[in-house]
Design a protein around this ligand. Structure first.
Ligand code: ADP
Length: 479
């Protein structure tokens, strides 16, 4: 018999998305169905959610949910079964999901996401779900409300997509959460004298997961744990690292409509047409030499400043660079400046452009991802699938998915990319130099592309891991 999962999240692709979280929440239900799990996804009733939900049925009411009435609206969006928490006083507003148009956090975010957690806990109990899957700090209060209730509820898993975002609030909000006083403690939501939603959820959930095995280890240490390393270490036995999969239909070089020429591992010669198209689109000189690309948020996390630091050196060696990204204003400026100084060698497109991101993966020789930390990372997975060889930092999901072209891996014909030996500009420069040297040997480069394209990072294997964790939780809850 199928088991019922209540997945709780603040984003779900394709309805509302600001990052990789939405992709995971949107893709897992279909992948889990193969393991006899039926998922219903609870999301805030943002305007974009309410208008895309078909077959709407209101099934639960709250006369007063954190300052106003709310109801649960059930419906479908594509293949997804959805619960929307329709609470206009919390979610019906113009602007972003977490803040206003200027990017300033909504001052009542603690109420907005405590409400999501509290409603989720009630739904999980009343509708007899077998397991709760809470994503990130915005859903982290669901396990907390389940734990501090007098009523029995299902077991829960909390998944951390990025531990840098923790949902920390002033201690004064505690009084409004409707939790018993004992919840303001080390075992509860108290965190460095304030309230920590993610921290509370990690204490209360029966299991914790994050999106790669290496990141799961890293967040147990101060360098990556961002204050939560002690808790991760204490719960080590309950912490799982499960890689994200990619949308194998949207990211398939054989069928990708964004490309000038479609190709597979046997028809790599066709890729040259995409390189020409990318050069033309970006205003780069036409050239057979190594063409690097960057598709990224321009943020400290992503190590983008390291690329800027070595860009002059790259141009001097004849390596070209195409950048697509937006974010940090000073980095946007730095790349505009580099592009102006190295016309035809370095080109930057500041903004978000889905089509261009596909053209980069399908036309550039390599994609550069020198992240300081990377919970999983998707662009290296697209790069592998497209034969756009990843040049990456040795951290998180990058370390778990790319096989560095060291001598042993080259001798064994196993390498799929290049890993920085040190996490600094020099380490990046050295990795690019190694890539450039192999790229000059067309046959060796093509062998590497073919190997990269064979790697399988679809959801199949990862969904099986989630199913294992859910089954174990349900099994121990029944004992
Ligand atoms: P993160 O979620 O930390 O930003 P990921 O690598 O997990 O990093 O996912 C980033 C996603 O956003 C990828 O699908 C990538 O292609 C896409 N992306 C990032 N920046 C841009 C951009 N400027 N234009 C188009 N797509 C982008």
């Amino acid at each position: 018999m199928a088991r019922a999962v209540l997945s709780i999240a603040s984003e779900v692709y394709p309805l509302v998305k600001t990052g990789g979280l939405a992709d995971v929440v949107g893709a897992l239900p279909a992948a889990l169905a193969a393991h006899q799990f039926e998922t219903t996804t609870l999301v805030p009733g943002y305007p974009d959610v309410m208008k895309s939900l078909s077959g709407q049925r209101a099934t639960m009411q709250w006369p007063d949910l954190f300052g106003g009435p709310a109801r649960l609206v059930e419906g479908e969006a594509g293949a997804l079964s959805l619960f929307a928490l329709d609470a206009p006083h919390l979610y019906a507003r113009a602007g972003g999901l977490y803040g206003d148009a200027a990017g300033k956090d909504w001052p009542d975010n603690w109420k907005r996401f405590a409400a999501l957690g509290q409603a989720g806990a009630r739904i999980a109990r009343d509708r007899a779900f077998d397991v709760v899957h809470a994503h990130d700090w915005q859903a982290a209060m669901a396990p907390v409300y389940l734990r501090y209730s007098d009523l029995a509820g299902p077991p829960s898993l909390i998944t951390i997509h990025n531990i840098a975002f923790q949902g920390r609030f002033d201690a004064s909000v505690f009084a409004g959460l409707g939790l018993p006083p004992r919840a303001f403690s080390i075992e509860g939501v108290e965190y460095f004298g304030g309230v920590g939603f993610l921290k509370g959820g990690m204490q209360a959930a029966d299991a914790i997961s994050t999106v790669s095995p290496t990141y799961a280890r890293e967040i147990g240490a101060a360098e990556f744990g961002m204050g939560l390393e002690g808790l991760v270490a204490a719960r080590r036995r309950d912490v799982h690292g499960i890689l994200n999969g990619i949308d194998a239909a949207a990211w398939n070089p054989q069928t990708d409509d964004h490309l000038a020429a479609r190709y597979d591992a046997r028809s790599l010669a066709r890729r040259a047409a995409n390189k020409r198209a990318l050069e033309a689109a970006m205003g780069l000189a036409r050239d057979e030499g190594l063409l690097l690309c960057v598709v990224s948020r321009l943020a400290w996390q992503k190590g983008i400043d390291l690329i800027a630091a070595i860009a002059d050196g790259l141009a001097a060696r004849g390596v070209r660079l195409a950048i697509l990204g937006s974010g940090d204003k000073s980095m946007e400026e730095a790349f505009r400046d580099l592009a102006a100084r190295h016309h035809g060698r370095i080109a930057a497109r500041i903004g978000y452009d889905e089509t261009l991101s596909h053209m980069m993966q399908g036309g550039a020789d390599a994609i550069v991802i020198p992240s300081r930390f990377e919970p999983c990372g998707l662009t290296q997975l697209y790069g592998l699938r497209y034969g756009c060889i990843p040049i990456v930092a040795r951290t998180g999901g990058l370390a778990d998915t790319v096989i560095d072209a060291n001598d042993a891996a080259l001798a064994a014909d196993a390498a799929t990319g290049f890993m920085m030996r040190t996490s600094d500009a020099q380490g990046l420069a050295e990795a690019v130099e190694r890539a450039d040297a192999i790229h000059r040997d067309a046959a060796a480069w093509r062998r590497m592309q073919r190997r990269a394209m064979k790697a399988d990072f679809s959801w199949t294997a990862s969904a099986a891991r989630y199913a294992e964790v859910f089954n174990a939780l349900i099994g121990s809850a029944q004992r």
